[in-house]
Design a protein around this ligand. Sequence first.
Ligand SMILES: O=C(O)[C@H](O)[C@@H](O)[C@H](O)[C@H](O)COP(=O)(O)O
Length: 243
Amino acid sequence: MVQIFKDANELSAAAAKMFVQASKEAIAEKGSFTVVLTGGSSPIKLHQLLATPAYREEVDWANVYIFWGDERWVSMEDERSNAKMAFDTLLNFVPVPSGQIYPMYDAANSPEEYAVIYEQLIRDVVDNDGVFDLILLGMGDDGHTASLFPGTAILKEETKWVDAYYLEPQEMYRITLTAPLINRAKKLVVMTFGEKKTHALHEVLEGEHNPELYPSQLLKPVNGELTFMVDEVAASQLSEKRR
Ligand SMILES: O=C(O)[C@H](O)[C@@H](O)[C@H](O)[C@H](O)COP(=O)(O)O
């Protein structure tokens, strides 16, 4: 499903309502809400809204479990850290127990070792089937999502849930959930907006199937639902029927 909003503000407000609703449903059903946050700049407004009293008080944070979809392998003080961004914009302002926050980084391990540990953490905290209640994702200008970049071997991964690799062009390690795990989620939401995303969004949703080039095409939930929340500018090359 594609939802089109006037601008990033409207999109972020709708995403905040969706987050609240998803948390209520999951907690009513099984007592916990397991959510995966994304990096990049797209979720910043959503985070800031969730930290305001109107939304903050609607979420039962004591039962929320926070994971990440991907991370740049840098310390949590580094400006490039997705975890740092989430603490600075959301997690420092909401009463989620610190023991229920699982950054995708640990200085005591190598990225490859930590990928194995993180997968086990998901089995222990989420469930043995790796079904998250909500996975939030962004999309890069090139159609990547999480750290699933065009042309990388990780796009072919079929068994591991988490993996790490050296991303040559950025000269750093990335650690990421893989498509087989992401596609197990109950709810997958890709938030993306702005002119730089127009071309990739069109290719991902309406272009030829070529996930090697547009990895967001790998998003195909097995049992859950996939929603692209986009703004009018990003959607401007989509066919009429979507708008
Ligand atoms: O750590 C990362 O780089 C991300 O998690 C990545 O997948 C991001 O979501 C996209 O690159 C979109 O980034 P923007 O939101 O900044 O456009």
